[in-house]
Ligand binder design. Structure first.
Ligand code: CUO
Length: 672
């Protein structure tokens, strides 16, 4: 981010903003002519920036440029909220550009990126504008700090055409002495962390414009997306001979899992602090962040939330009861637990989940004695790297399940789709054995040059190693006994068959491990139907090319509406992580398919060109969640009496098949 007139890399040409003299910072105003003549010959395009009277930026500027910014810290989100307001309320795109250019060199860079991203996502006149990948703007949050020296050296010494990708080592955060380290490829995955950042960008929990927060079923989606992360992580643990995650349910107990991120923040020029094994939470007294809270505050909020769940209602600010009913209960509870400004009573129920992140992230320096900033769990772009993230979210999910287990079970009449039956299910990859899925390692390159300050321009690639799988296809045979065409919603889930001791799981346990793989609408003609669906079409994932932006194979032509759509929709589980790693000898799983009656499920709305391809975890931009059933249906509640095993749960419109996930320990390289 050169601090002279602001630059943007657009392919090979250099674009500069023509910044009014009055916008330059004091340091650069006297030398602006000299800088301009120095860069002049490289400039291919100049973007005029109109001089307008700049709104009051004192609040946004009150957070230092070198400070670590976190949305979990209330003071920081108030400051960011002010900047979002300014960006959202500018009268035109030109005015927004002016104030953004002005703010760019004056406010905290991560907060700037966040606030501008939120504004571009929510202003009606900026729909479909391109955002650079967050990993390309802030590569320091995704990559081993040692790699940066090599990347700098390569970009300084070697001409752009001949540069080699710098390989990020596979095993850099810990050794095999730490069993948790077996899950490095999940926790430290680029796409997984980008998904999480994007999810929280699309669903902020606070903003002074309430409509930015008040999206359809956002509290329920908070519950469901994180519940699915836990289901996936636990399946991944079974793929590494580890037991499922222990919820962090006793806040006084030391956290056994330490984490040493080995990343440096380019913003603060400091290392992300580590957390040692067996660290305890402590009361927080961090004046600079205006945080003064005790562990017992968390416990009090938790107890009140449990009490509300057991009573079946919460109390709002005016003392009125709000029922936690079958349809709206989980959404209300999501907003209470996270919490968001939609919580009916933040005074009473507090801010449990967000402050869990804060307490864990400051456990190494609870009172700022050592002037250390928060650990990786304190920021949504890095939180999923830390094993403690999963312990905390396992606990949050347990609280949600306390509510879910109190709802009436779905009856077989509710679950069945009369006249529709599944007669066969198979999955297979091209030329592979039926019902065997394979995973392996892949190396993919990503251009990180955008994130470097003051280095020679041109692409410089980092090479990531990540899990992937051979793409596969579902073949589903469905019989329609009626005389007319009908519509079905196909819901596909997968879970391990056996528990940690190798015993078949009861459905009340297995349902918590059900990973959603896909959901789509089909039309069923009278008689037999064969449905084929590819794994790359999954409603939970975004395409591989969207995670690794520069892999241009399927990228739409520059400047087309398709390209804008492609760039914008960054929320979505990465397709390369669609299925768990499995075991060399095969991880035995149940693949579950249900065809529900689409007439009961449908939401009538226009979806064309609306970022809808990862709707299961991300919803649809500016639209209702495209399914009327509860998220996670039909596994979000306890099974009905008699359905203690998955096989007893099945109605004719459901089917299961045994699938094995085999891991092959080989590495394939895919070049940009
Ligand atoms: Cu996504 Cu805890 O909510 O990190």
């Amino acid at each position: 981010h050169p601090t002279e007139p602001v630059f943007m890399d657009k392919g090979k040409k250099v674009t500069v903003f023509d910044v009014p003299d009055s916008y330059l910072t004091d340091r650069y105003r006297p030398i602006s002519n000299e800088v301009q003549s120095r860069v002049g010959e490289k400039v291919e395009q100049r973007v005029p920036v109109r001089e307008i009277s700049i709104p009051d930026l004192r609040i946004p500027m009150s957070l230092g440029r070198e400070e670590q910014f976190s949305l979990f810290i209330p003071k920081h989100r108030r400051i960011a909220g002010r900047l979002i307001d300014i960006f959202v309320n500018m009268r035109s795109v030109d005015d927004l550009q002016s104030v953004a250019v002005y703010a760019r060199d004056r406010v905290n860079p991560v907060m700037f990126n966040y606030a501008l991203s939120v504004a571009l996502l929510h202003r009606p006149d900026t729909q479909g504008l391109d955002l650079p990948s967050f990993a390309q703007s802030f590569p320091d949050r995704f990559v081993d700090s040692q790699v940066f020296r090599e990347l700098r050296e390569e970009s300084f010494v070697v001409q752009p055409g001949s540069r080699m990708p710098i390989v990020i080592p596979r095993d850099y955060t810990a050794s095999d002495l730490e069993p948790e380290h077996r899950l490095w490829y999940f926790r430290e995955d680029l796409g997984v962390n980008l998904h999480h950042w994007h999810w929280h960008l699309v669903y902020p929990f606070e903003a002074s414009d309430r409509s930015i927060v008040a999206k359809d079923r956002r509290g329920e989606l908070f519950y469901y997306m994180h519940e699915q992360v836990m289901a996936r992580y636990n399946m991944e643990r079974f793929s590494n001979n580890l037991a499922r995650t222990q919820p962090f349910n006793n806040l006084r107990e030391p956290i056994a899992e330490g984490y040493f991120p080995k990343m440096d923040s380019l913003v603060s020029s400091r290392a992300w602090p580590p957390r040692f094994d067996n660290t305890r939470l402590g009361d927080l007294n961090r004046e600079q962040d205006q945080i003064n809270l005790e562990v017992s505050d968390l416990e009090r909020w938790r107890d009140r939330i449990y009490e509300a769940i057991h009573q079946g209602f919460v109390m709002d600010e005016r003392g009125q009861r709000v029922e936690l009913d079958e349809t709206r209960g989980i959404d209300i509870l999501g907003n209470i637990l996270e919490s968001s400004i939609l919580s009916p009573n933040r005074t009473l129920y507090g801010d449990l989940h967000n402050f869990g992140h804060v307490f864990i992230s400051y456990s190494h320096d609870t009172n700022n004695k050592h002037l250390e900033s928060f650990g990786v769990i304190g920021d949504s772009s890095t939180a999923m790297r830390d094993p403690a993230f999963y312990r905390w979210h396992a606990y949050i999910d347990r609280i949600f399940q306390e509510h879910k287990t109190r709802l009436p079970a779905y009856t077989d009449t509710q679950l069945n789709y009369s006249g529709i039956s599944i007669t066969g299910v198979q999955v297979a990859s091209n030329g592979g054995q039926p019902n065997v899925l394979t995973t392996f390692w892949q190396q993919s390159d990503m251009d990180l040059s955008r994130g470097f300050d003051f280095t020679p321009r041109g692409n410089v690639f980092a090479r990531f190693t990540h899990l992937t799988h051979t793409p596969f296809t579902y073949t589903i045979n469905v019989n329609n006994d009626g005389g007319a065409q009908r519509f079905g919603y196909v819901r596909i889930f997968m879970a391990p068959k056996n528990d940690e001791r190798g015993q078949p799981m009861l459905l009340r346990e297995q349902r918590l491990m059900m990973v959603e793989l896909d959901k789509f609408v089909v039309s069923l003609n009278p008689g037999p139907n064969t449905i084929r669906r590819r794994s790359t079409e999954s409603s939970v994932t975004i395409p591989f090319e969207r995670t690794f932006r520069n892999l241009d194979a399927n990228r739409p032509a520059a400047g087309t509406p398709e390209e804008l759509e492609f760039n914008f929709c960054g929320c979505g589980w990465p397709n390369h992580m669609l299925i768990a790693k499995g075991l060399p000898e095969g991880l035995r799983c149940d693949l579950f398919v249900m065809v529900s009656n689409y007439e009961n499920d449908r939401i009538d709305q226009q979806l064309v060109g609306r970022c809808s391809d990862a709707a299961s975890y991300c919803g649809v931009r500016d639209r209702l969640y495209p399914d009327r059933q509860s998220m996670g249906y039909p596994f979000d509640r306890l099974p009905r009496a008699g359905a203690d095993r998955l096989v007893n749960f099945l109605t004719p419109n459901m089917s299961i098949v045994d699938v094995s996930i085999r891991h092959e320990n080989r590495v394939v390289t895919r070049q940009a």
